[in-house]
Design a protein around this ligand. Structure first.
Ligand code: SF4
Ligand code: SF4
Length: 452
């Protein structure tokens, strides 16, 4: 008998569920309107309350078929909008991740599936050299011009699956030579506003390197001395969301140790660890929680997390950016801002990007309806639940269109690709674009040549 009432070893997996957390839920249903999957799927089992109840019943040994829980949890975006909406402070993220972790021991996974996941998680995302090779191969592929010829072919669809839908939306990557010439450190211009370690991320640095460079330049312009977090690696967010806490903790420790070394060698220390990807930032601010049960790391992890900032927070608090009057695109300068769920619901950063956009001369920001709702990107959700993610995206795009905006600004690479996909689905290519906040701000600065 397990402590929750299950009566044999087949129930051992349920001991990993965050059972105690489920008691915080008073079944009020205030979270239901905030949940994108409840909106598009319309089932209680695909709502936050339904998911919490399934976890509770599984932990109590009352769930006759674990697949019910797996289906419900797999269809959750992990956007945590329900946490923000909940009046009793239910820690849905902890319940969700415990279920992901527990289900790993229940569901059968093919050897190939296991090997692919292990390969990506342990040997691709954490390795800068592998990511650099991937980025260089993508640059070569883009340069060859072969993409448009292959797109739509059967071999293309069979090889890439849903991934193929995102390929046309990747940014044009810099050449290996440009990559090698990027500045490693930037000293502040004007009055100094602190020293920052820039968290470049894994895929972010491989596929959105120009956004990272623009981010460092903006930090410099606002008065920060900034250098990439030397020895930093993947934040571990994808690992944690897939239930692989062992690897997530290992990556967290590597990042903490890298920061401590950089901090010790900087005279006066590092003031902030700055990131520009909502999903990574949310993981970094939760390192304290992730390592809370490891005595050697708990305090160090909390100290690390206390220094984590989204770039918009540092820019909004720093010296003024050298903006100039922005020229209209498509005859207008109306922009709308698609929030990153993890930035909103975990980091609680909401007003700074808005203030920054509003401070650009000539730009009109129009907020969309249901601005806090997920776009359906959610890590790799849009790859593994492509159809469901597109249903959520279509709802989002209707709200985007109603703003009359020609530019959708985002703060996360996944949201950026998803919004570009949405623009294509709406047949708005060439008339609307999605852009990262750092690129939009840099483009509005007087040093930029692209908006002249
Ligand atoms: S995390 Fe998002 S998708 Fe999942 S239950 Fe909460 S609101 Fe719904
Ligand atoms: S998670 Fe919070 S908002 Fe949702 S039903 Fe439970 S108590 Fe109510």
């Amino acid at each position: 008998m397990n402590k929750h009432g299950g009566d044999d070893d087949a129930q051992a997996w349920t001991r990993l569920l965050a059972y105690e957390e489920t008691f915080q839920c008073v079944q009020c249903g205030y979270c239901l309107p905030a949940c994108p999957t409840y909106e598009t799927m319309g089932k209680e089992t695909h709502s936050p309350r339904g998911r919490i109840n399934l976890v509770k019943w599984a932990a109590e040994g009352k769930l006759t078929d674990w697949r019910l829980l797996a289906d419900s949890i797999d269809n959750c975006l992990g956007c945590r909008a329900c946490e923000t909406a909940c009046p009793t402070g239910v820690r849905y993220g902890a319940i969700f991740e415990s279920a992901k972790h527990a289900l790993q021991y229940k569901r059968p996974q093919s050897l190939v599936g296991k090997a692919v996941q292990r390969g990506l998680f342990a040997h691709v995302f954490p390795r800068k050299r592998v990511l650099r090779t991937l980025a260089n191969a993508t640059w070569l592929y883009q340069k060859s011009g072969i993409g448009p010829k292959l797109r739509g072919s059967r071999i293309w669809r069979q090889t890439l699956g849903p991934l193929g839908a995102f390929e046309p939306h990747l940014p044009a990557l810099p050449s290996p030579r440009e990559r090698a010439l990027r500045p490693k450190r930037r000293t502040p211009q004007g009055e100094a506003h602190g020293r920052a370690a820039f968290f470049a991320g894994c895929l972010m640095d491989a596929l959105f390197e120009r956004t990272n460079d623009n981010s460092m330049r903006l930090l410099q312009a606002t008065g920060c001395e900034v250098a990439p977090l030397a020895g930093g690696t993947c934040c571990g967010a994808l690992h944690a969301h897939a239930g692989d806490f062992l690897l997530a903790r290992e990556l967290a420790k590597r990042n903490i140790a890298a920061f401590e070394e950089m901090n010790a060698s900087a005279s006066g220390g590092i003031d902030y660890i700055v990131n520009n990807a909502g999903g990574c930032g949310a993981m970094l601010v939760e390192y304290g929680h992730l390592l809370r049960e490891e005595p050697e790391w708990a305090e160090r992890a909390s100290a690390f997390s206390s220094k984590v900032r989204d770039i918009s927070q540092v820019l909004a608090a720093g010296g003024p950016l050298p903006f100039r009057e922005r020229k209209p695109e498509q005859g207008t300068n109306i922009v709308t801002y698609q929030r990153s769920c993890h930035m909103t619901n975990v980091q609680k950063v909401t007003s700074e990007p808005v203030r920054l956009l509003q401070s650009i001369p000539g730009v009109e920001l129009r907020e969309m309806k249901e601005k806090d709702k997920c776009c359906g990107s959610a890590g790799i959700y849009n790859l593994v639940h492509h159809r469901e993610a597109m249903d959520i995206l279509d709802v989002k795009m209707a709200h985007v269109r109603n703003t009359g905006a020609v530019t959708v600004v985002t703060t996360n690479p996944g949201c950026l690709l998803q919004m570009q996909m949405g623009i294509s689905r709406e047949g708005m290519d060439g008339r609307m674009r999605a852009v990262h906040l750092a690129d939009y701000l840099a483009d509005a600065c007087e040093w930029s040549t692209s908006s002249e």
